[in-house]
Design a binder for this molecule. Structure first.
Ligand code: DGJ
Length: 731
């Protein structure tokens, strides 16, 4: 058991291979948080909590005038409401009598093997090699009988703890949740912590920001109905001195694809509290007597070995424990070409076949027909929702087109945007009430389209049926699932007016049900997510999609930053990245080396490339396969930060047995007659000798030398040169 319950001390110690998380049923049955960090024994760490008379912080009534017992100054697993703790809170519930009060105390717990699951929300699963144990601990308000079950699944070997909360209304009156967080994480002293997050914007997703905590409340949030380009549902709290290789790092990733919030407060006593969950803005959820409400899960990790280890903990976990698709590990993903930047809406069946023929010589193995193949769609004004083939464009019909592609030896992929509807569509004409629009107001248009109310069962069923019909009509190998607007005008015509605060969350639950009905029923199809690029790139989506289109920005140098930022949590194997015609001054080889820091493919009109370019692409497609295992399954190290004034950007993918590595170096700013530059490797076996193949001229050096002295990077070379150093351990 990875979880040890000490009955005398009433402590729970949750052990992963390298960490311990400890909580305790404390005085008055409040559940205290005692520790999260490097592994310790099961000793009771209650001695860490010192109590003082904290003026203006109040004492629960039954602490019997004990002025040192203040919840405002004690670390807790979940917060109370109106019990004298004035910090950011994990629950805000309006009871049947109108009061806002919750005084949760321990009532029971149970432990079992295997991870918890949630109603309608994705969670991580255990592989055959995992030891996973779960603790469910129930706290209850004695007056209202509202219970919150705190869920902890400990993935021992992976150093990951998955958490969530389940609210159960055990009372006799309906309650309204105004705010319900998935986790509460208290630090007794947080004054030396920095917050790391991944803000961005359309075309520039997941840039990295790091700042020291001061005595404020920090909010990282999306209110856009999607996890968003602007913020990602991931943050880390790291020691001010932490760097890539050393220092304490705590990671938190919310498995949720809608509006979310993460808040961090450094309080008056330098205590730090983090909460994370569904965004409470425009949120109010009624829970009737006997009903439950499940929050989305959070994946937490801790290491004292710096940011690289934190990232690799996530990478390893995401690669194994989120997605059961055979395309995660068993079946190699093909080199694809996507028609979007080649043709936009301007294509027909002949053009698709022409691109496929030309692309075949580039080592392409699959063509993806992007937006524009359905209804009567020639631009973004029409047809979303009409999921039937536009026979004016695809004159031969879909099965015959797919057959032609298959006859060329290529696989075929197709694009959908299921959650959306165009006003100019048969679907909207038949069911205008299926669109999200507040009665008496006209809905906000975005990219000339409206969002469907996917919280409705009949809308879900329509989408499952109409999309599955297309998928089952031809030999389709791949689907790109897109969404191209944020969600506004929250309203559902099937909910009463006092329950409209549920729509945003119900939308997300509806979406997961649709994805279950389409993706989980087609295990032989490879699904890639997309939201106008990476606007919904999150760990919940990765339980459905093996990869996610990183950005609509295919400029290679911008992608250096995007990959660097994304790599804080997302592995190479999940980051959709293509070679495109953007940035013509950058050589194809360099574009390809950068796209190999993702899932690799092309996004250009293959019929317009000359022979030399086709040949360069063919060689690069070969390299994609050669380095597939290293890139897709290796440990990833950021070697140079593109957000700093660097001359080189570099990263390393290292086989987990350290026998092999690929170090990629891109020269971004080599001044004439400048100093010699070196790139230092990481994670190698110091005692092993490595031969550097590829661009390394078979140089042989020890792991120790390569890590501490580095590889010299040639100078006086064309701009934006890429070097691929393939390190192989010499027997
Ligand atoms: C946005 C995506 O990110 C693009 O790749 C493309 O699929 C367009 N949508 C199509 O409308």
């Amino acid at each position: 058991m990875a979880i040890v319950f000490n009955e005398n001390k009433r402590t729970f110690s949750l052990h992963t291979a390298k960490t311990t998380y400890q909580l305790k049923i404390g005085n008055l049955n409040y559940v205290k948080h005692l520790y999260y960090g490097t592994t310790i024994e099961d000793e009771d760490l209650i001695y860490l909590i010192r109590r003082y008379d904290r003026g203006f912080s109040g004492n629960p009534y039954d602490s019997l005038k004990e002025r040192t017992f203040s919840l405002d100054a004690q670390p807790q697993e979940f917060t109370t409401q109106q019990q004298g703790d004035f910090r950011i809170n994990s629950i805000e519930v309006q009871n049947g009598d109108g009061s806002f009060s919750f005084n949760g105390r321990y009532v029971s717990h149970k432990m079992y093997s295997g991870p918890f699951t949630l109603n309608g929300l994705p969670t991580a699963y255990a592989t055959e090699d995992d030891t996973v144990d779960t603790l469910e601990l129930v706290i209850e308000d004695a007056i209202t009988k509202v219970q919150v079950t705190l869920l902890y699944s400990v993935f021992e070997e992976k150093d990951i703890i998955m958490r969530a909360a389940r609210v159960h209304n055990g009372g006799t009156e309906t309650i309204r949740l105004k705010r319900i967080m998935s986790i509460n994480m208290d630090y007794m002293n947080g004054k030396n912590l920095d917050i790391v997050s991944l803000p961005g914007r359309y075309g520039q997703e997941r840039q990295v920001e790091r700042q020291p905590l001061t005595h404020h409340v920090y909010k990282v949030r999306s209110g856009r109905g999607i996890s968003s380009h602007q913020q990602n549902p991931f943050i880390a709290l790291v020691d001010r001195s932490a760097n890539e290789l050393y220092g304490s790092c705590y990671g938190f990733a919310l498995m949720y694809s809608g509006s979310f919030i993460a808040e961090v407060e450094l309080d008056q006593y330098d205590q730090c509290r983090l909460v994370m969950g569904v965004n409470d803005r425009l949120f109010s959820y009624a829970v009737a007597p006997g009903e439950d409400f499940d929050t989305p899960a959070v994946l937490m990790t801790y290491t004292h070995k710096g940011l690289s280890r934190m990232s690799n903990n996530y990478h390893h976990f995401i690669r194994h424990n989120l997605n059961r698709s055979k395309f995660v590990r068993e079946v190699r993903r093909p080199v694809l070409i996507n028609t979007w930047e080649a043709a936009f809406f301007d294509f027909d069946d002949k053009k698709i076949v022409e691109i496929a023929k030309a692309a075949k010589n580039m080592g392409v193995e699959m063509i993806v027909m992007d937006d524009g193949w359905f209804g009567k769609r020639d631009d973004d004004n029409s047809s979303l929702g009409d999921w039937h083939v536009n026979e004016k464009k695809i004159k031969c019909g879909l099965p015959a087109l797919v057959q032609q592609i298959n006859d060329l030896g290529l696989k075929f992929g197709i694009w959908f945007e299921p959650e959306m509807v165009s006003e100019d569509s048969d679907l909207y004409r038949a069911h205008p009430d299926w669109a999200m629009e507040i009665p008496g107001r006209r809905a906000v248009r975005s990219r000339n389209q409206l969002a469907l109310d996917v919280s409705r069962r009949e809308v879900q069923d329509y989408l499952i049926e109409s999309i599955n019909k297309i998928l089952d009509s031809a030999n389709i190998y791949y689907v790109k699932w897109d969404i191209n607007r944020a969600i506004t005008d929250l309203w559902s015509n099937v909910l009463p007016s006092d329950r409209q605060g549920e729509v945003s969350h119900r939308y997300v639950l509806g979406l997961y049900r649709i994805m279950d009905g389409i993706i989980k029923t087609h295990p032989d199809i490879m699904f890639e997510g997309c939201a106008g690029g990476g606007g919904r790139f999150d760990t919940a989506m990765l339980t459905y999609f093996v990869q996610y289109w990183s950005s609509d920005n295919t400029k290679p140098l911008d992608n250096l930053k995007l990959h660097y930022g994304s790599s804080f949590i997302y592995p190479v194997s999940t980051m959709g990245a293509h070679v495109s015609a953007a940035s013509p001054m950058v050589p194809i080889e360099t574009k390809a080396a950068i796209a190999m820091c993702g899932t690799f493919g092309y996004e250009l009109d293959a019929t317009k490339l000359d022979k030399d370019q086709i040949e360069s692409c063919r060689k690069m497609s070969e390299l994609y396969h050669k380095y597939y295992d290293l890139n897709f399954y290796g440990d990833y190290y950021r070697l140079a930060n593109p957000f700093e004034q660097v001359n080189l950007v570099a990263w390393e993918c290292l086989a987990r047995d350290k026998s092999e590595a690929l170090v990629t170096v891109i020269t971004v700013n080599l001044t004439v007659n400048g100093p010699q530059e070196y790139i230092k490797c990481r994670g190698l076996d110091p005692k092993k000798k490595y031969r550097i193949e590829g661009d390394g001229n078979n140089l042989v050096a020890s792991g120790m030398a390569l890590m501490h002295a580095g590889i010299p990077i040639p100078r006086e070379i064309p701009e934006f040169t890429a070097f691929l150093y393939h390190l192989k351990a010499v027997e």
